[in-house]
Design a protein around this ligand. Structure first.
Ligand code: GLC
Ligand code: CA
Length: 558
C-alpha cells in the first residue's frame, strides 16, 4: 500500500457555531477556534475539519451555502480565516473545510438568477422540471420531510431539493456548473487548505427520468434515497472532480457516503479511489428506524460488535476509513453506544479506546474528548434543527404523545451534538458571555474542560494519553498500518482485537458487561501499555486476565 501523508493523522471536527464564542453574540466564531488551537494540539490533533463557515442563511446550519467564496459574518472575516490557516500551519496542523456541492442555498446568486429567468442559463444549474398530471415530477420525499419538488413561481415547473426546500440541488450534468465548482475548490486549495470533508456527495447523480417508487409512508411519498440507490454512473463525476481538483494538490478528502452500492468500496477509497477516505457509518446505521427516529432501535452490543468487526475486515482489504463515534448529525456516542450502567468516565474511555485504536483515521467530534452527552429537553421549541422538527412531526402523526415524541428526539436529535462545548463550570459553560444560540447541556457543571484539565484521571487526560500512544514513535506504525484481527468475539460482552505488524502484536480488549469477565490470553503478555482503570498488574507470562466492568486494556503480546 502506498503511504500517504494523512494515514497516521488524528482528526477533530469543529462545529463552529457551538465551539467558542468570543464576542458575546452567542455564536461560536473563528477567533474562538484560533484561541483553542493549542488546546487541540495538546490533545494530539493534526487535522481539523470545520463544518461550513461560508455565507449562509443557516436554514440547515450552514449546509445551505449562499456564497462559496465568503465567510459567514457570524463567524468572522476572511482575514481571520487566513489567520487560522497560518496559525494552524505554525503548529503543523491542517485545516479542511466542508464541501457542500450537492446543493446550495436558495439565496445563492445562481438560484436567484434561475428564478428570475427560468428559461435562462442558470435554470440549468438546477433541476427545473415540469410536473406530471398536476403533480410534482415524482413522489420523492426529501431527507427533511415533504416532497423533494417545489414549484418554481410563475411557471409550470418544479425544482428538485433532496434536503430542505431552501437547498436546491445542483445539476451535475451541466458542465459549466461543474467547472464553477472545480474553480471554487481549487481557489480554496490554493489558499492552503489541506482538503475537504465532502457533504452528501452520493446524491449528486440523479436518474434523469425521475421515476416514482412505491410509497413507503403515510404521506404517499417514497424516500429519495431510493432513486440514489437505483441509479448508476456517479463514478464519472467523482473521477472528474478528483482529477480537476484534489489530485493536483494531494489534498486529503473524506466523504460522507451513505447508500453506497455493494462492491464499490475499492472505487471510492482504494488505490486511485475518488476520495482519500469515507466515514464508517456502519454502526450508526444500526439505529436507523423503519419509519423514523421514533422507532429507532437501541444499539445491541452483539450486533454493534459484529458490525464494527466486519467493517474493519472489509475496509482493510482496500484502504482506510474514517472512524467516528459521533458527529454533528448524530447523537452523542456516550449516550448511544453504551449501556446505561456504562455511561460513566470508565465506560466512555473504553468506547473511545476501542474506536481510536481501530485501523483507520480517527475523527473526534468536539466535546467527545470530555464525554459530552445527549441533552434532555422538555419542549420541541427548545430544538433548532430542521431534521428534528420533521422527526417530531412524524412521531406525532404516527400517534405518539408529545412526551414520547420528545423522548425520540432526546435520543436521536442532531441537536444533541450541537449544544455548545462545555469549557468550564461557569455560566453557559464558558461558551459565551451572551445568550447561546442553542441551550447549553445542563450537565456542564459535572462535565467540562476546565475541571477535567485538573484531574489526571479525567476523560480528557485519558484521551490525551490514548492519542499520544497511538502517535508515539514506538506504536505509530502498528496502530496505523497494523492489521486488524478480531479476537474473543464469541466471549460475552467482550470487544477485543489485535493490531498486528510483522511479529509485533497488540491486544486491545474491553469488557462492556455489567459484571467482571475473564479472558484467557492466546499469547503470553509482554507488557501492559494502558488501561482506563488503575491497579492492573500483569505478571509476565500470565495466561489470563480479569477485566472489570467497563475496563479496557492495551497489552503488547509475545
Ligand atoms: C450532510 C450534513 C448535514 C446536512 C446535510 C445536507 O448530511 O452532514 O448536516 O444537513 O448533509 O447538507
Ligand atoms: Ca461570536
Amino acid at each position: 500500500m502506498d503511504r500517504k501523508w494523512w494515514h497516521d493523522k488524528v482528526a477533530y471536527q469543529i462545529y463552529p457555531k457551538s465551539f467558542l464564542d468570543t464576542n458575546g453574540d452567542g455564536i461560536g466564531d473563528l477567533r474562538g477556534i484560533i484561541s483553542k488551537l493549542d488546546y487541540l494540539k495538546e490533545l494530539g490533533i493534526d487535522i481539523i475539519w470545520l463544518s461550513p463557515i461560508y455565507k449562509s442563511p443557516f436554514v440547515d446550519q450552514g449546509y445551505d451555502i449562499a456564497d462559496y467564496y465568503a465567510i459567514a459574518e457570524e463567524f468572522g472575516t476572511m482575514e481571520e480565516f487566513d489567520e487560522l490557516l497560518a496559525e494552524a500551519k505554525k503548529r503543523e496542523m491542517y485545516i479542511i473545510m466542508d464541501l457542500v456541492i450537492n446543493h446550495c442555498s436558495d439565496q445563492h446568486e445562481w438560484f436567484q438568477k434561475a428564478l428570475a429567468n427560468p428559461e435562462g442559463k442558470y435554470a440549468d444549474y438546477f433541476y427545473f422540471r415540469k410536473g406530471k398530471n398536476g403533480n410534482p415530477p415524482s413522489n420523492y420525499r426529501s431527507y427533511f420531510g415533504g416532497s423533494c419538488w417545489e414549484p418554481v413561481p410563475g411557471t409550470d415547473k418544479y425544482y428538485l431539493h433532496m434536503f430542505a426546500k431552501e437547498q436546491p440541488d445542483l445539476n451535475w450534468e451541466n458542465q459549466e456548473l461543474r467547472q464553477e465548482l472545480y474553480n471554487m475548490v481549487n481557489w480554496w486549495l490554493e489558499k492552503g487548505l489541506a482538503g475537504f470533508r465532502i457533504d452528501a456527495i452520493i446524491n449528486i447523480k440523479k436518474d434523469l427520468e425521475f421515476p416514482s417508487f412505491d410509497p413507503d409512508g403515510p404521506d404517499g411519498l417514497a424516500g429519495c434515497w431510493k432513486m440514489v440507490e437505483s441509479v448508476d454512473g456517479i463514478g464519472e463525476y467523482l473521477e472528474d472532480l478528483k482529477k480537476n481538483t484534489f489530485q493536483k494538490y494531494d489534498a486529503f478528502t473524506v466523504a460522507e457516503v451513505f447508500n453506497m452500492k455493494k462492491g464499490e468500496l475499492q472505487k471510492f477509497i482504494g488505490k486511485d479511489g475518488y476520495f482519500s477516505t469515507i466515514f464508517d457509518f456502519s454502526a450508526h446505521c444500526l439505529s436507523d428506524g423503519k419509519h423514523g427516529w421514533y422507532d429507532a432501535p437501541q444499539i445491541d452490543f452483539k450486533e454493534w460488535r459484529e458490525t464494527v468487526i466486519n467493517s474493519q475486515l472489509e475496509v482493510q482489504k482496500c484502504g482506510f476509513e474514517a472512524n467516528i463515534i459521533e458527529n454533528h448529525d448524530e447523537p452523542r456516542g456516550a449516550s448511544r453506544f453504551l449501556p446505561e450502567y456504562a455511561v460513566n468516565p470508565d465506560g466512555i474511555k473504553m468506547l473511545g479506546t476501542i474506536n481510536i485504536l481501530l485501523r483507520g483515521i480517527p475523527f473526534i467530534y468536539q466535546g467527545q474528548e470530555i464525554g459530552m452527552q445527549n441533552a434532555v429537553w422538555n419542549s420541541i421549541e427548545e430544538y433548532d434543527d430542521i431534521n428534528t422538527k420533521d422527526q417530531y412531526d412524524i412521531a406525532r402523526k404516527a400517534g405518539l404523545t408529545d412526551q414520547e415524541a420528545l423522548a425520540a428526539c432526546g435520543r436521536m436529535s442532531r441537536d444533541n451534538a450541537r449544544t455548545p462545548v462545555q469549557w468550564s463550570h461557569t455560566e453557559n459553560a464558558g461558551f459565551t458571555v451572551g445568550t447561546p444560540w442553542l441551550k447549553v447541556n445542563s450537565n456542564y457543571k459535572e462535565i467540562n474542560v476546565e475541571d477535567q484539565e485538573k484531574d489526571e484521571d479525567s476523560i480528557l487526560n485519558y484521551y490525551r494519553r490514548l492519542i499520544r500512544l497511538r502517535k508515539s514513535e514506538e506504536f505509530r506504525e502498528i496502530f496505523t498500518y497494523g492489521e486488524f484481527v478480531p479476537v474473543y468475539h464469541d466471549t460475552e460482552n467482550i470487544m477485543a482485537y489485535y493490531r498486528l505488524d510483522g511479529d509485533r502484536r497488540i491486544l486491545v480488549a474491553a469488557n462492556f458487561g455489567k459484571e467482571a469477565a475473564e479472558i484467557e490470553f492466546e499469547y503470553p503478555i509482554k507488557k501492559m501499555i494502558l488501561s482506563n482503570q488503575k491497579g492492573v498488574e500483569i505478571e509476565e507470562g500470565k495466561r489470563g486476565l480479569r477485566l472489570e466492568s467497563c475496563q479496557v486494556v492495551i497489552l503488547e503480546c509475545e
